[in-house]
Write a protein that binds this ligand. Structure first.
Ligand SMILES: Cc1cc2nc3c(=O)[nH]c(=O)nc-3n(C[C@H](O)[C@H](O)[C@H](O)COP(=O)(O)OP(=O)(O)OC[C@H]3O[C@@H](n4cnc5c(N)ncnc54)[C@H](O)[C@@H]3O)c2cc1C
Length: 336
């Protein structure tokens, strides 16, 4: 998988430097994808001092277009982020190109340390670091990731309408995806070689719905002029497909949350950070949003969860400021 970062149209980022340690921020946001930037926009517009530290590798950077995002259907994911950077900066949010390596609680909030050694502290911490996709280890598969090889029917199913769809299932539960994809095309082949064998009844139901079940093992991806052309099978034959829906393993990029000791819960995607409906983790003052909180969140939900959390974080900071003022009033001995 390539390691490309934000597109050249992206405004230059401030270098990670000790300048970020010059103030105690209201909120530090780790991660500047759809979620982190949505939280930053709302908090900066609420006149909070917001610092976003972003390693600039949004999960969907491999895809030229994103779908199902109202008013941005077909828009480039990297352009969305670039727009977000501009919008956050326009309201005085600070965004720095940095990867956080350490997060810890301190007396009056939290401290983060970047890989380059810069320190920053804040009253509240929002983690929006997301997740990464680990593809099955099939030669050539990663070369087409985000284009000819995709994962999400809601994101890319419509574009596969009427085309030759290959579904590379990695588990029996993954057969559900094949059944979803049947809505888009009558030419669907389900490759079950990664699973070993699937229950006979499952196979019969797939076939009853007009899908082919291919149990030979996929050995490699066949490309022609850089485009996906098919899947090589272990008997030397080639199955022609136009698009492959794979079942990558989602890996949480939750190092900061684990360092802070946030509880995790079991999900169908594996252990994931536990949050309440507002995005609060089990560590007071630490919030998780987007894919950091919900592995299934697509862009609108990632942004929405971050907006929800941002309102709650600001509400909490206002309440703290009011409580501090009330204490000062009490200390002055003002009669009630
Ligand atoms: C190929 C592909 C296609 C997709 N297509 C669609 C689509 O069409 N429509 C749709 O709605 N969804 C789509 N998605 C899902 C989409 O990618 C996610 O919903 C979205 O990226 C979640 O946003 P996020 O802000 O939580 O995480 P991300 O967008 O992944 O942003 C996380 C950010 O945090 C940064 N980060 C991570 N760790 C650190 C650290 N330690 N320090 C600092 N920064 C850090 C990352 O570099 C990244 O910039 C697709 C996903 C993939 C893989």
């Amino acid at each position: 998988m390539t390691d490309d970062t934000i597109s050249p149209s992206h405004p230059p980022l401030e270098p990670s430097s000790s300048a970020i340690s010059a103030e105690h921020w209201d909120v530090i946001i780790i991660g500047g994808g759809a979620a982190g930037l949505s939280a930053a926009l709302i908090l900066a517009r609420a006149r909070r001092r917001v610092l976003v530290l972003d390693a600039q590798q949004p999960r969907n950077r491999f895809a030229p277009h994103m779908h199902g995002v109202l008013s941005r259907d077909g828009y480039s994911p990297l352009d969305l982020v670039a727009d977000g950077y501009r919008e956050v900066r326009a309201v005085d949010g600070v965004i720095v190109d940095a990867r956080v390596s350490t997060a810890r609680a301190i007396a009056d909030g939290f401290e983060v340390i970047t890989e380059s050694g810069a320190h920053a502290t804040a009253r509240r911490l929002i983690v929006a670091t997301g997740a990464r996709d680990r593809l099955p280890d099939i030669p050539g598969l990663a070369d087409h990731w985000g284009r000819g090889v995709v994962a999400c029917p809601y994101c890319d199913g419509y574009e596969a309408t009427g085309r030759g769809i290959g579904v590379l299932v990695g588990s029996v539960a993954g057969l559900h995806k094949a059944h979803m994809l049947r809505s888009y095309s009558s030419d669907v082949t389900v490759f079950t070689g990664l699973v070993g064998s699937i229950p006979e009844e499952e196979r019969l139901v797939l076939e009853e719905r007009g899908m082919r079940v291919e149990s030979r093992v996929v050995t490699h991806v066949v490309s022609e002029a850089g485009e996906l052309a098919g899947l090589g099978l272990d008997d030397g034959s080639i199955a022609t497909v136009d698009v492959i829906f794979a079942e990558p393993t989602l890996v949480a990029l939750d190092e900061p949350l684990r360092q802070l000791g946030a509880d995790r819960i079991d999900t169908p995607f594996g252990p994931w950070t536990a949050v309440d409906a507002l995005g609060r983790t089990t560590i007071e003052g630490v919030w998780a949003v987007g894919n950091s909180a919900n592995p299934a969140a697509l862009v609108p939900l990632a942004a929405g969860s971050a907006a929800t959390a941002a309102l709650a974080v600001n509400g909490e900071l206002v309440a703290l400021d009011v409580a501090a003022a009330a204490e000062r009033v009490a200390a002055k001995g003002v009669a009630r």
